[in-house]
Design a protein around this ligand. Structure first.
Ligand SMILES: Cc1cc2nc3c(=O)[nH]c(=O)nc-3n(C[C@H](O)[C@H](O)[C@H](O)COP(=O)(O)OP(=O)(O)OC[C@H]3O[C@@H](n4cnc5c(N)ncnc54)[C@H](O)[C@@H]3O)c2cc1C
Length: 620
């Protein structure tokens, strides 16, 4: 077994065997890269994650963030790793060298991100938000803004945030009350309070750059009237040096269940009437601009689901292979039977298998999103580009919600594997579970993601994105339908995908008939079902590739009998890995995908009990 965070062999499988990213190197965009380069870069990422960042996980949680006399301090142990992280260029490895990046394929960049996030997600909040803020300025800022703010953020000298939420405007961003008043020099006076701002205040860097959503006085209510402003914590002089504080005061930090080392701040802008902001992009385009950062953050939060789930799984497997408890079930009548490690108990083993299949599934889903970005970048025609971007648009709410919902269940299953010890802070799964839960809530709750999926994403490009997804799934089904080993899995996926697309039609018909509640009421369930189908597809693809490799190994060694094949899996890590990929697909298909049709029927039954029942009945 490798490290306790991420199965790097599975990462490599996805990159080079399933998505075949070597083909990217033939394009102008990625021609400077080779497989060896990426393997070396990922090995450096693993060293940094395991050797420097992971050791801050528990210490950061225990020391947590402090708020005293208006100042926020964060765990001291973050300083060294943060410096190394920035020096190695990990804030923006996927960006163009023009802005200090390495132009690395997103697929590989996401693999590195998974390692860092698995090591300590609270740590990753600081550089992650910094990238998002800097990238907003890169795309929408003017030259002066880029020079003043972007360069220092991409280098990590300063950090960034995203300031949307207010006490009365959470899911409903359009309800925000923060105002911007025009000044004669073209800048704006910002006044208002933002809450829950991650990395909102801290002592890690000397300045913090806040992209803030606010309404210019006189602009219309709702999201259409919102603009976005760059608001530095400390004003910046024309020569780039730090000037006066900018009247951005921290009103306090939250005491939270998890990611305790990430400072979640309440920020008061303009308490003394002296907070200056610069407009970013055009007036009233704030939501559209911020959506770039929100989409990036949604994929990042999806990665939180994957990475923490992965770390929980890796720890649980290691524990299950060591912990001796109970005798084997097949020796229950033997009083002299010896106790075995718990991985031998069918219930524990099946739980681990469930975790393995889901971790691999959500990893594949997240990396597929990154792969779509790479393919869009190298597309030769506008139509091709639109198709790749379409997959990503469609899948973003699924990557965010499905991966985080499942990530949390994976942490819970890991805790079950540890038994009572898992519930205690001596072992890391207790913290992993606490750190994971927020991923279901922030960056648009998973409920809001489901509404986005059903309300916007399904119908986007007149349904072309969904049709393209259906095409991918059907192609894979056709490829394996007659395979003696994978045919059953393909048939299960076929039945499920037919049911999934029927529900899409049911929603469309319900909407046309005036029943617009049906899709909204069932949005969360449908997102989950759609996610099961996409993951079934990705795991079946993986199993087909693994089977070819494994068969070639058997053939090369002249192994024909089951016994000899299993013998090889026992002594050869590669054979075991490929056999494990096939097992994951079969398990997932049997465990999750077989239930899809029934869940689709339940949606089509159009029960609306929760809507029909009166409020009082919830409590009486
Ligand atoms: C640790 C932490 C870090 C955060 N970091 C940031 C940050 O950096 N920047 C930032 O701007 N914000 C941040 N947030 C805020 C976060 O994004 C919000 O908490 C989240 O969007 C939900 O808003 P809310 O808490 O006001 O809940 P509400 O909007 O009140 O929602 C409560 C419940 O009602 C549901 N709901 C609400 N409206 C609807 C609707 N129309 N239809 C269906 N269901 C609905 C929600 O899904 C949820 O289940 C952070 C929050 C936390 C806890």
């Amino acid at each position: 077994m490798g490290n306790l965070l991420v199965n790097t062999r599975d990462q490599q499988f996805l990159l080079f065997e399933q998505f075949g990213i070597e083909k990217l190197f033939e394009s102008e965009a990625y021609e400077g890269f080779s497989k060896d380069d990426l393997l070396m870069i990922l090995s450096e990422a693993e060293k940094l994650a395991v050797g420097e960042i992971f050791p801050t996980l528990k210490e950061g949680d225990e020391e947590s963030c402090q708020f005293k006399n208006g100042e926020v301090t964060i765990p001291k142990c973050f300083r060294g790793p943060y410096k190394k992280y920035c020096e190695a260029g990990w804030i923006n490895p996927m960006d163009s060298p023009d802005v200090g990046g390495q132009g690395m394929p997103h697929t590989a960049g996401y693999a590195a991100m998974e390692l860092f996030c698995a090591a300590n997600y609270a740590f990753c909040m600081y550089p992650g938000l910094t990238h998002g803020a800097a990238n907003l300025i890169n795309v929408y800022g003017n030259e002066k803004q880029k020079k003043t703010y972007m360069e220092k953020c991409f280098s990590g000298e300063w950090t960034g945030t995203m300031c949307l939420t207010e006490p009365g405007a959470g899911s409903d961003v359009g309800a925000l009350k923060t105002t911007a008043k025009r000044l004669p020099d073209g800048k704006f006076l910002i006044t208002g309070t933002k809450c829950f701002i991650s990395a909102g205040d801290h002592d890690l860097t000397p300045n913090i750059i806040h992209p803030v959503l606010a309404r210019i006085e006189g602009d219309p209510a709702g999201t259409k009237g919102i603009s976005i402003f760059i608001v530095p914590k400390i004003r910046v002089n024309d020569d780039g040096t730090l000037g006066e504080p900018n009247d951005v005061k921290c009103g306090g930090i939250e005491h939270k269940m998890g990611i305790k080392a990430s400072a979640t701040a309440t920020l008061n802008f303009g308490e003394d009437g002296n907070c200056i902001g610069e407009l970013l992009g055009e007036e009233r385009a704030g939501i559209r601009i911020m959506f770039q950062m929100m989409n990036e953050a949604r994929l990042g939060v999806g990665m939180q689901g994957v990475a923490i789930g992965s770390a929980a799984f890796q720890h649980a497997v290691a524990y299950a292979k060591e912990r001796v408890q109970g005798t084997p079930v097949w020796e229950m009548k033997n009083p002299a039977a010896k106790a075995v490690t718990i991985i031998n108990h069918p219930d524990v083993r099946k739980r681990l298998m469930w975790m393995k299949a889901h971790v691999e599934g959500i990893r594949a889903l997240a990396y597929f999103g990154a792969y779509c970005m790479d393919m869009s970048r190298i597309s030769k025609t506008e139509a091709e580009k639109a198709n790749w971007e379409g997959y990503l648009e469609l899948l973003t709410p699924i990557i965010k919600s499905y991966s985080t919902d499942k990530g949390l269940l994976i942490c819970s299953a890991a805790m079950d594997v540890y038994g009572g010890y898992g519930y205690c802070s001596e072992y890391p799964v207790e913290q992993l579970m606490r750190d994971e839960k927020i991923a279901c809530i922030y960056e648009g709750t998973n409920g809001i993601q489901a509404l986005d999926f059903v309300g916007r994403k399904l119908g986007q490009r007149k349904g072309a994105n969904v049709m393209n997804m259906a095409g991918l799934v059907q192609k894979t089904i056709a490829r394996y339908k007659n395979d003696p080993d994978l045919g059953k899995a393909a048939a299960t996926l076929e039945e499920a995908s037919n049911a999934v697309f029927e529900v899409a039609m049911f929603f469309a018909a319900a909407g046309k008939g005036g029943d617009f509640i049906a899709p909204i009421y069932n949005a969360g369930k449908y997102l989950d079902i759609f996610g099961d189908m996409v993951i079934g597809y990705l795991l079946l693809e993986a199993a087909g590739i693994a089977k070819e490799k494994l068969d070639a190994m058997y053939e090369g060694k002249g192994l024909a009998t089951i016994g000899k094949k299993i013998g090889l899996q026992r002594e050869n890590q590669e054979a075991a890995f490929y056999a494990g990929k096939i097992a994951s697909a079969k398990f997932f298909m049997n465990d999750a995908v077989t239930t899809v049709k029934a869940r689709c029927e339940a949606i089509k039954a159009n029960d609306k009990s929760a809507m029909e029942m009166v409020d009082l009945a919830f409590t009486v």
